[in-house]
Design a protein around this ligand. Sequence first.
Ligand code: CO
Length: 627
Amino acid sequence: MATTETGTPHALDPLNEGEIATAATVIKEQSGLDETGWFETITLQEPRTKTHGQDGRFAYVCCYEPSSNRTLAGIVDLTGRKLLDWQHVPGVQARIVPDEFARGDEIAKADPDFLAALAKRGITDASKVLVESWAGGNFGIEGEEGKRLAYGHCWLANDAGDNPYARPIANLHPVIDLRKGKILRIDDFGVVPLPPDQGPLNLNASETRTDIKPLEITQPDGPSFDVDGYHVTWQNWDLHVGFDLREGLVLHDIGYRDKDRLRSIMHRASMAEMVVPYGDPTGGNYRRNAFDTGEYGIGQALDSLMLGCDCVGHIHYFDVCSHDWHGNPTIIKNAVCMHEEDFGTLWKFSVPKTGQTTVTRSRRLVISSVATIGNYVYGFFWYFYQDGTIGIEVKATGIPLPTGIAPGQAPQHGALVSPGIDAHVHQHVFSFRFEMAVDGDKNSVTEVDFEPLPQGSDNPHGNAIRIVETPLTSEKQAQRELDLARARYWKVCNPGSLNALGKPVAYKLVPGVNALPFNHPDSSVGRRASFMYKHFWATQYAPQERFPAGWFPNQHSGGDGLPKWTEADRSLDSEDIVVWYTMNYHHLPRPEDWPVQPVVYAAFHWMPSGFFDRNPALDVPPNVAKT
Ligand code: CO
């Protein structure tokens, strides 16, 4: 684990091994949890005060107790080894953690009726079958209420054994009571022939390309960043790398050094929730939707990244510490990767008469983590540029989640990606959360639209564009959608800090790839993920308002999170602002996405917009041409 030069954890450092073990011990000794109880979450309880002035270190802990079907949560004082607060949270279900997810597979395979349903499909070797214990959702189905539920989706591995998702076992869904460790019922909507085996995912060496020559990235003088523990400085940027067991990579205290002033931009930035609703209503497919953060946990699913594979160049890795369901700490080595990348031209200008040309090359600092959750792999990439821009990009790869389809049938809500394999249309909807601090805590929000003026005496040539900047002064006003016809974006400004032109300093949120949801707002998933109906939300900061679908989305009936909190309609006028941006990647898989999908990218940016008085990267020295 990284520690600072003094060896003492900074208030925002992720919990280390010893701290996780201490938290688990304190819970076991002081909470009254019985021996069936297990640990959903042990993660840093971040300091509530933004000055981080609190003494000591604290852990947020959430447990599930099967014997009583209770979810309990509280705070452990790690310094004093004391349980400060421990509450039963009524009517909710803890996340499905990796150990429990794996347990679902065992429960299904121990059930004779499930084995008989496999045999009906010609499958006699259950060891080649994968049963994924998907969070059950909340569909009001008789017999499911009050249970700790998983809805199984099943696959048969390929013969080569390198792709557990190779052959979907369509229409077979064991419904698992995770608390009792048994099958509640089996949803069998009829046998569909297994698709043919498409062969191994990993080709033989004789089948792979031979014309790839080495491409080396060398930094003979080392990288341009400085690291102390989890604190990073690079090219005027100053930030703290953090980790949350549920959200994964978190960035704290993002600021930019402007001459001799370190100017704050954000207190905290993270991907706070995501949901992947699938668009097929038939059989058990309507239950395919995944809140990967709130139902399973991104932080717990981070990969240990590999130099030369996941990352090239001069890499600085940060380790983080997760835990198993017994509360034993498990280190994720190389969970966060940081490096610099050449990024083409930063700025260029040529004087036509003299031929004098100035070109400076851009580089960016890349801080990233990759989470493998079942079939899908999500990379979360944060880019910091020399001109003050922040980029956020999701890279999605892995195996699309298909079902089987009988020969001769045409998919109604998906696409044929391989013989007998129907991949449903779906959306990957991410909610990014930003605790804004543009030159301090008192920020305001505006929406910027562009409108054509009517043709007339003021606009005789029909080219006039009017710029309409509308303050969004309360939470109900600040629930907005993109508008392509108006080239809409949003700004967070500080009315108390003016730039050289006399305007409030600001950062603007520049959308990229996006879409709107197709789920009916009154549908089960629509109610539970109502954050996805707006691309932009702004709220007044409140420490408990962390997750846009609420703290406990697993099996929740909906309405929690952003829609509930914003009922208060708090002021956003020179307040402590949190921005929530919804990015929706709409995905109909292609044959080229099978058997494994090349990375698809979805991104957006925060750009300074009058935050600086002029191009802040004018001081990046021009590059000299090599001849
Ligand atoms: Co997809």
